[in-house]
Ligand binder design. Structure first.
Ligand code: HPA
Length: 245
């Protein structure tokens, strides 16, 4: 099976069950990665791990060097990348603590370095993004959820927003009319860069709050942290099963 890389998001600056072999700062044509790429044993196999917000969660979503991160994972041998994503739930099924494997994306981000085809030598390739995630890895994540007995929503549209602020209720209303089921800040350009770099990339999302306007009152960070803590154990168990597959 090809080498799996895990990109950690909120709540996953590390993976406690990962037994670290080494951590390597990789030189990339795009500058520095969020953190050194960690190689370790997990679920009986070797995996790579990279926390996208950095080891101490210091990088906001719009400052993450997505190009460097994905390039470095590929250079370290990864061919499959599972990206963890804390999201806000928009449609009814995407309630706090639900797990989901999105199958579509709408990109609302701006001003991010979003392509490796930036006009330098090497030309341009217009990659196909009809299905933005790698179906083989999506199925593998869902099979791991089934093995672990954790229910998972098998499709849904991820709306990628700029952040770091949360959305207005009207923005969430618009995203819902557009067809979004969940909202997060880091899904793009990560997914499209992965496709440009020919990586098999999927997202494993966990809902940590109702998106703006979808519950009474404002979004409470303590509630987000509580829901996040409720997801961590299941997410880790699924990842371990995925890694051992
Ligand atoms: N909006 C955007 N990103 C998020 C949210 C949200 O409500 N929750 C977690 N990530």
């Amino acid at each position: 099976m090809s080498l799996l890389a895990i990109i950690g998001g909120s709540g996953f600056a590390g993976i406690p069950a990962l037994s670290v072999l080494d951590a390597r700062q990789v030189d990339t044509p795009y500058g520095e990665t969020s953190a050194p790429v960690t190689r370790g044993r997990f679920g009986g196999n070797e995996v790579l791990f990279l926390p996208r917000h950095g080891p101490s969660h210091h990088l906001p979503p719009h400052r993450i060097n997505y190009r460097a991160n994905l390039w470095a994972l590929r250079a370290c041998g990864a061919r499959r990348v599972i990206a963890l994503a804390a999201v806000g739930g928009i449609t009814a099924r995407f309630c706090p603590t639900a797990l989901a494997v999105p199958d579509q994306i709408i990109d609302y981000t701006y001003g991010r370095e979003h392509t490796i085809y930036d006009g330098a030598a090497g030309g341009v390739e217009h990659i196909d993004l009809t299905a933005p995630y790698c179906e083989e890895l999506r199925l593998a994540v869902m099979a791991a959820c089934d093995r672990m007995g954790h229910s998972v929503i098998r499709q849904g549209t991820y709306g990628a927003t700029q952040g770091p602020r949360l959305e207005t209720a009207a923005e969430i209303g618009r995203y819902e009319r557009d067809g979004c089921d969940m909202v997060g800040m880091t899904g793009m350009p990560e997914a499209s860069l992965a496709r440009e770099l020919d990586l098999c990339y999927a997202s494993f999302a966990f809902v940590v709050n109702w998106a703006a306007g979808k519950s009474d009152g404002i979004i409470d960070m303590r509630e987000i942290e509580t829901n996040l803590a409720r997801c961590v154990e299941r997410v880790e168990a699924v990842l371990m099963s995925l890694a051992s597959d």
